[in-house]
Design a protein around this ligand. Structure first.
Ligand code: TXA
Ligand code: MG
Length: 347
């Protein structure tokens, strides 16, 4: 298949028309959102949706999010919405917030992996919203990356993964937030965070009065546990090179412990992902700056691009500085812990 690459910073209107038409014709379009790029298809057509799973190599048991541009679209795909659920949507939409709701029959089974619920999000990005309007259907879209790989936050990182597999790539530069939306399900009037993101537990608690954080956000699923959000149990974000995550409240112990691991492994064989403040304090083959530890927005923006770089260096171990797991730091630690396949040391 020939993929058409369109630079949205140049010719928005006609590009969106053509891409919207491609969605209507059951094709695939890579498009920007404020969180990460999505690989989208007509969310009401099972054949179109099936193409997403093939292009990504995604497990069919992992359900997709439907992206909508207004509340009328919400009514076509969901039912029995509670007052609290509406309140959360009105507060956080458009934005990096996905809510799991009872679905209507019109939603194809392969969108929801046969679940009776569907994840819905109204993104806060004009290109995404206008693409949905042009297509005039909810757009099913997972993050634009081959399954298991770090999510795509710019086209340069993912072009080779999808060139020839999709109809259109809409390039709009770097995504603003850089990590995926917060996924929430309300159970007995309590919002449960299934995947942490830019919308923090504190912000949700302010609206709902309470919030629950799923214990699997920083911990591994054991084989027989019931799974609230299927995506959390699959291998994700991990580079090929072995990675280890470290965190300490004490910056000196953090540096000391990481340097000791580097020395033991051999500094020539080790790459360190460090906060901006600590870059000059390590001795290793390569030290990558992930952003200031006092600016979690910066780290969240850099996290996936940085993880995508590490396999390009000739090392056998990557040591990563973590952050405090609260606020946006919870989402950052969730992605890093999974990139390290739960190899985590608190020091
Ligand atoms: O920011 C985002 O959410 C991006 C952009 C493109 O919108 N999308 C994204 O999609 O991250 P994806 O497919 O990579 O992650 C969706 C997550 C998965 O962990 C999936 O298991 C969960 O949402 N999910 C989807 N539908 C669900 C459902 N009905 N019940 C529980 N979890 C669900
Ligand atoms: Mg994903």
């Amino acid at each position: 298949m020939e993929t058409k690459y369109l630079n949205l910073q140049q010719d928005k209107k006609t590009s969106l028309k053509m891409a919207g038409q491609a969605i209507q014709n059951n094709g695939l379009v890579i498009f920007p959102t404020e969180t990460v790029y999505g690989i989208g298809a007509n969310g009401l057509n099972s054949e179109a949706v099936a193409k997403i799973f093939i292009a990504k190599g995604r497990n069919p048991n992992n359900p997709l999010i439907l992206h909508i541009s207004d509340f009328n679209m919400l009514d076509t795909i969901t039912q029995n919405i509670s007052t609290l659920e509406y309140k959360l949507m009105k507060t956080f939409w458009p934005g990096p917030f996905t809510i799991i709701l009872p679905r209507k029959k019109i939603v194809p089974n392969n969108v929801t992996a046969n679940l009776e619920t569907v994840g819905v999000r109204m993104p806060n990005n004009n290109i995404a919203l206008n693409l949905i309007k042009e297509a005039n259907v909810p757009i099913a879209a997972p993050s634009a990356n081959l399954s298991g790989k770090p999510s795509g936050t710019n086209i340069k990182d993912i072009f080779d993964e999808f060139n020839g597999k999709v109809d259109y790539i809409l390039d709009n530069g770097d995504c603003l937030i850089g990590l995926e939306s917060t996924v929430v399900r309300v159970i007995d009037n309590v919002p449960h965070i299934l995947r942490p993101g830019k919308i923090t537990p504190e912000q949700i608690k302010k609206i709902a009065g309470c919030v629950q954080i799923d214990k699997h956000i920083l911990g591994k699923y054991t084989s027989n546990e019931p799974v609230a959000s299927p995506g959390m149990k699959f291998r994700h974000y991990a580079p090929k090179t072995k990675c280890k995550l470290f965190y300490s409240n004490n910056n000196d112990s953090l540096i000391k412990t990481i340097q000791e691991f580097a020395n033991k492994n051999g500094i020539n064989n080790t790459l360190i992902i460090s906060s901006k403040e600590n870059v000059s304090k390590y001795n290793a083959n390569t030290i990558l700056d992930i952003g200031s530890k006092n600016n979690l927005d910066e780290i969240s923006k850099n996290i996936f691009t940085t993880l995508r770089k590490v396999d390009k260096y000739n090392v056998n171990l990557v040591l990563i500085e973590g952050v405090k797991a609260e606020g946006l730091g919870l989402a950052i630690m969730n992605r890093l812990i999974r990139a390290c396949e739960y190899n985590y040391i608190e020091c």
